[in-house]
Ligand binder design. Sequence first.
Ligand SMILES: *[C@@H]1O[C@H](CO)[C@@H](O)[C@H](O)[C@H]1NC(C)=O
Ligand SMILES: *[C@@H]1O[C@H](CO)[C@@H](O)[C@H](O)[C@H]1NC(C)=O
Length: 283
Amino acid sequence: MQTCLLPLFLLLALWPPTASVDAASTVSPLKPICNLTAGTYTADSSYGSNLQDLGVTLARDAGASGFAKASSGEAPDKVYGEVLCRGDYTGTKCTDGLTAAFLDLDMLCLTRSAVVYYDQYMLRFTDDEQSLSSVSNEPEWSADNMNSVKGTEAAEKLLERVVKLMNSMADLATSGSPRSTSQLYATGEAGFGEQGVIAVYGMVQCKLELTGPQCKSCLDSIIGQMRKLFSNDSSQGQPSSFLIGGRLIGVRCNLRYEKELFFEETKDTIKIDMPKSTCCITA
Ligand SMILES: *[C@@H]1O[C@H](CO)[C@@H](O)[C@H](O)[C@H]1NC(C)=O
Ligand SMILES: *[C@@H]1O[C@H](CO)[C@@H](O)[C@H](O)[C@H]1NC(C)=O
């Protein structure tokens, strides 16, 4: 008995893990990525208070365009950061979401550098100014919702349909209508009509300081990973299934597709082979 007590005691002493989220927390992240090589800070340190000041500035400024970049404090505790809200998640929604996210930060990471991905926004901070202007989309993170279309023919067809939609949205976001281009954001829908999947809904976005060509090249790269990530095609052969619902998020660009509508449609939403609307049939 005695031999069991110590491990149990240690387990309780270590509980809860630092990544746990308080029950009163207002937002829960999809994925916090704490940079463990960057060292740590404590919430009551000068770095911690500079980070909170930075959060206030970034959350406020992002209300305007969805993107903001700033720094706070003086070296060696100067902190640099940037935030991005989804193109249809703007204004006070963006500001309020990010405000809550910064207040919760010390429950996620106490590293001096981190990236946190949320459903409708992301934040990133570091003490190393250089790393914010890195040309890499890393750290990338992907997730899927586990439902899939099965059978080679259907899987290949859906994959092609989704990639075609993604490419159209990437073109629109980077060289299309003024509204989409000014946000480096586009949404779209494509009809499918097999295995209970009536249509797929998609979105692409880049962080706003990228040029059109930089955004396009980032999107091309993540669209190019879709076959490997979302089908279970082991070789270069044909996929035997394709996941219907997935996202791939990085610090420079991201994409998402689902079988349900998950964004706010606008007149710029691309429509490819959509089934005729059934909204207005009356008895
Ligand atoms: C993590 O921190 C180290 C040290 O500051 C830095 O060199 C590196 O670029 C950071 N990694 C990321 C992904 O920001
Ligand atoms: C791919 O998915 C199909 C259908 O779900 C399954 O039967 C097959 O075993 C999977 N193959 C691999 C390599 O995971």
